[in-house]
Write a protein that binds this ligand. Structure first.
Ligand SMILES: [Zn+2]
Length: 196
């Protein structure tokens, strides 16, 4: 297409054949990553249930340092610290649930599958999410209902002026083909992660 700039994302896959020594080192590292992830998750859940508060990332890092210092989990200091810190970061990201603060009444009025949306359980969804998120120590971020999640390209950030409800799929000027709902969900999650 002349005159249209396109962004192309490329991914490369590499196959890597470790020596027996490297394979053992990797297996140890993966084991330690799992252990750190599970222990940190357990700690977060426990703190939330007992004290009703969230464990900060600084606290999680301090916990990791404590475990590495010696005792039962001293072996954690024998593997690279980078993947262990990454496990903590992923834990935090996985802890965030982002939802859009949609006015249910408006959705019911405007959308054609009104019957499904007006179902009573749908109205209950926000409060149920809030309750469940609190119970499991997750962070629930409610993104402002005026955030234009459907009109922003989640790849290049371009904002479209209008996005009528009947448009289910669209092509951005950057060349990416979007499913309306998947694109909106990506934008809501990105906004939620930025706020959390
Ligand atoms: Zn785009």
């Amino acid at each position: 297409m002349p005159g249209v700039a396109q962004v192309v994302k490329r991914a490369f896959k590499y196959r890597f054949y470790p020596t027996p020594g490297q394979a053992e080192e990797l297996a140890r590292t993966f084991g330690c990553v799992r252990l750190v992830y599970n222990k940190a998750l357990e700690e977060r859940t426990r703190t939330y249930r007992l004290e009703g508060r969230r464990v900060s990332s600084t606290e999680s890092s301090a916990m990791l340092t404590g475990w590495k210092r010696g005792g039962e989990f001293g072996f954690l200091s024998e593997v690279s610290c980078v993947p262990l810190r990454q496990a903590l970061r992923h834990l935090l990201e996985n802890q965030v649930i982002a939802v859009e603060d949609l006015a249910v009444r408006n959705v019911v009025r405007n959308r054609s599958p009104a019957r499904a949306v007006s179902d009573a359980s749908w109205r209950e969804l926000p409060s149920m999410l809030e309750y469940k998120a609190a119970w499991y120590g997750r962070t629930l971020v409610v993104v402002d209902r005026w955030f234009p999640s459907s009109r922003v390209c989640s790849v290049c950030g371009a904002l479209r002026e209008a996005m009528p409800l009947e448009v289910r799929e669209w092509v951005c000027a950057c060349g990416v083909v979007h499913d309306r709902d998947v694109n909106a969900a990506r934008n809501v999650l990105a906004a939620g992660l930025a706020e959390s």
